[in-house]
Design a protein around this ligand. Structure first.
Ligand code: TXA
Ligand code: MG
Length: 344
């Protein structure tokens, strides 16, 4: 059941969460499937609903910096305390930090790890709900494991979604960022575990280190998959994937593979407006931005992938961008979404 974000809905949602139920929660990145993070039984329901491996830990959401102690060991080790201070002007916002876990967070949330991932979402509805709850919220993206993250309330409940698992979904409108939060591992050697709309450049600037010291490799898994699994268990190579084969088009326009004229139904995701000639080759074109603006591309990407995936196409062809700034997050998601297609 999708409900408008009224005070009454927020009150009901807080009550359902306190009773150990799950709800669909809007955030500025993607919709989350939320449970009381201190309630192991409720958290277990998240894994069952998503068919998520129990080895893939969840992100804990808190209302503000003063509530980080609800999830992290407090006070944290000095170096982590300093890093939190250095990053504090990025919150609330789409930045998740990974640090030593607080004692109230059950093993189910962290998959037994000694660290926990925490974020302070900026979406006004998420903030109202977090303020109404005396506990933090564990919330992964509200999609079946490995499917495309939801950026509209309806995505949480549609045919392939999680409608059966939630007491209610709060409608907070379309997500403004559209890609999941940036994940940063804190400590002696900070490490970018997942690129997002808070870019590596911005983090490096705050932490006063070089971008290269953040060590994010665009093509995962790395040469050392065991180490990778340990650091970022959720960074599965195949992720965010539509069921329809997804082909990433090379960057240079002249290299672009022409859509075959053999009658196959091909959909196209364009980062900017196509010429009528090029558009005519496709059954459906989804234009994410008029002028190739990457913020618009990120905001609209997942919804477009979902629409094309539901359109009975034989292939989806998608534009690409250079993996810098926000382009790093966009290319990370697209590379994973296309992994199954590439494997054949
Ligand atoms: O934008 C977001 O972060 C969204 C919204 C709902 O907040 N949430 C989200 O959650 O994307 P999820 O579960 O889809 O992705 C969480 C990622 C996974 O890759 C997981 O492995 C990683 O965070 N993670 C969680 N705890 C971790 C930990 N202790 N160490 C390393 N990675 C961790
Ligand atoms: Mg997810």
């Amino acid at each position: 059941m999708i409900l408008p974000a009224t005070d009454e809905t927020i009150r009901q949602a807080a009550e359902r969460l306190a009773a150990g139920e799950l709800i669909g929660l809007p955030t500025e990145t993607v919709y989350g499937l939320a449970a009381n993070a201190w309630d192991a039984a409720a958290v277990t329901k998240i894994f069952a609903a998503k068919s998520r491996p129990a080895t893939n830990p969840l992100i804990v959401h808190v209302a503000g910096i003063e509530r980080l102690r609800d999830a992290l060991q407090w006070p944290p080790p000095p170096i982590i305390g300093q890093q939190i201070d250095a990053l504090s002007d990025l919150w609330p916002g789409p930045l998740t930090i990974v640090g030593p876990r607080g004692s109230k967070i059950p093993d189910e949330v962290t998959a037994g790890k000694t660290t926990v991932a925490v974020r302070i979402p900026a979406h006004p509805v998420a903030r109202r709900l977090l303020q109404a709850c005396p506990f933090p919220l564990a919330a992964p993206s509200a999609n079946r494991s490995t499917y495309i993250s939801p950026t509209l309330a309806e995505h949480v409940c549609d045919a392939s979604g999680l409608g059966h698992a939630v007491a209610l979904v709060i409608d907070g409108g379309p997500c403004t960022h559209g890609v999941e939060s940036t994940i940063l591992l804190l400590g002696q050697q900070p490490r970018l575990l997942r690129p997002g709309s808070i870019t590596a450049e911005r983090l490096a600037e705050r932490l006063r280190i070089g971008v290269e010291e953040l060590q994010w490799q665009p093509q995962t898994p790395s040469a050392d998959p065991a180490r990778e699994a340990l650091l970022a268990p959720g960074m599965l190579r195949e992720h965010y994937a539509p069921a329809t084969p997804l082909v990433l088009l090379p960057l240079a326009v002249t290299d672009r593979r022409a859509a075959p004229a053999d009658g196959r139904a091909i959909g196209r995701i364009a980062f900017q407006r196509l010429s009528p000639h090029e558009a005519a080759r496709y059954r459906i074109v989804e234009t994410l931005s008029d002028r190739g603006d990457l913020e618009e591309v990120a905001r609209h990407l997942f919804a477009a992938l979902r629409r094309l995936d539901a359109a009975g196409l034989s292939e989806i062809h998608c534009d690409t961008c250079s993996p810098q700034g926000l382009g790093q997050a966009i290319m990370d998601r697209l590379t994973r979404a296309a992994a199954r297609t590439r494997k054949g």
